[in-house]
Design a protein around this ligand. Sequence first.
Ligand code: SF4
Ligand code: SF4
Length: 118
Amino acid sequence: MAARLELEELAGILRKRICPDCACRSGEPTCGLEDQTRCRLFQLFPLVAQAILATDGDDLESYLRAVDENVCSVCMDQALDGTCARRATGCALDGRLREVVDAINAATGRTFRVGPQP
Ligand code: SF4
Ligand code: SF4
């Protein structure tokens, strides 16, 4: 697993790539969640990175499963029945997972790419 400083660097790379055109910003310069306490992607980032780095291959479904099992399972937005209302209304981790995976894989020198949205 990456050291703490490396995780922070990785989160910084993700911020540059994901935040500028995140739907949560609604055209504003910030989304109000950048303090990392409410954006689940960054609040749970150590678990996100761990789940993605523990998964191999170019299949998005495998990453989705890994995030479901290791991140959503401990997220406060997930209900006891496993559903998540925020998934529909906008969770950057869920909505941008393809880019999150590709950015983490690229930044850590892995060759796996899940590729652009079909
Ligand atoms: S919701 Fe998260 S990913 Fe989106 S702009 Fe805010 S901090 Fe960035
Ligand atoms: S999809 Fe829902 S449960 Fe999963 S990280 Fe996002 S807000 Fe949390």
